[in-house]
Design a protein around this ligand. Structure first.
Ligand code: KIV
Length: 263
């Protein structure tokens, strides 16, 4: 069994082998992922791939706590990140109140919040009150409605400078690592080089300190759309459909259950 990562071993991994993070929303999948992954993210992306909503914005604190508990139960030896949902960390008091709920009601190792310099005071408030924080900069899915879509960042030198400033602000505020999403690869590389904590990419090229993918994307289970940065490591949707079709076919002709499945 792999040794569970800690805040300290995650920080020390900078400059060594890239960190592997994957999302999970339940105990079953989490238990399958823990052997190969360093960190499991209970992402608010569950609102899309689990709950079938069009974006992440309506995920609630109670849902995140429910799914984080399931993941913690399935992957007791993994470092677990709980995403703070939209609207739960708009000010320091709410952020601390809701993060304390996560720490008291689950075994999550840290929370993740979206935002750069604008959220530095909140990151500082959480970390100085005993809550470990993973930042999330670049393309912020919780801002999809206010930005009018998912927009890749780092296309201008001003955006590049602003991303570097965001990363430094989050680091200075006490975050131990951060996710960088939807950023031009060269810019993400510069951002990663400008801080001492690991920067874990998604749609940000391979020159950062780790990678994260949404499990239902990389297993080919989520069919609604596939972003450019997703590699499907299997065609999960076809495999599942084929298996269920076989089951249904066998039930219809009474081939299932066979003698070996019968008491
Ligand atoms: O919610 C999520 O799954 C995420 C990843 C896209 C990093 O935040």
């Amino acid at each position: 069994m792999n040794k569970k990562m800690t805040i300290s071993s995650i920080k020390k991994s900078k400059g060594l082998a890239p960190l592997v993070m994957i999302t999970a929303y339940d105990a079953l999948f989490a238990s399958l992922f823990e052997e190969s992954c360093d960190m499991i993210l209970v992402g608010d992306s569950l609102n899309m791939s689990f709950a079938g909503k069009k974006d992440t914005l309506s995920a609630t604190m109670d849902q995140m706590i429910y799914h984080t508990n399931a993941v913690c139960n399935g992957a007791k030896n993994s470092f677990i990140v709980c995403d703070m949902p939209f609207g739960t960390y708009t000010n320091k008091e709410d952020a601390l109140h809701n993060s304390i709920k996560v720490f008291q009601q689950t075994n999550a190792d840290c929370v993740k919040i979206e935002g750069g310099g604008d959220k530095a005071d909140i990151v500082e408030h959480l970390t100085s009150n005993g809550i470990a924080v993973c930042g999330h900069i670049g393309l912020l899915p919780q801002s999809v409605r206010s930005e009018g879509g998912y927009k890749v960042k780092g296309k201008t030198s001003a955006e590049c400078l602003s991303l570097i400033a965001d990363a430094r602000a989050i680091e200075d505020a006490g975050a131990f690592c951060m996710v960088i999403e939807g950023v031009i690869a060269e810019v993400a590389q510069e951002v990663a080089a400008s801080v001492d904590i690991p920067v874990i990419g998604i749609g940000a090229g391979n020159k950062v300190d780790g990678q994260v993918l949404v499990f239902s994307d990389m297993l080919g289970l989520f069919e609604a759309f596939t972003p450019k940065f997703v590699k499907k490591y299997m065609d999960g949707a076809s495999l599942v459909k084929e298996a269920v079709k076989s089951y249904a076919g066998e039930v219809k002709v009474r081939d299932f259950p066979a003698t070996e499945h019968t008491y």
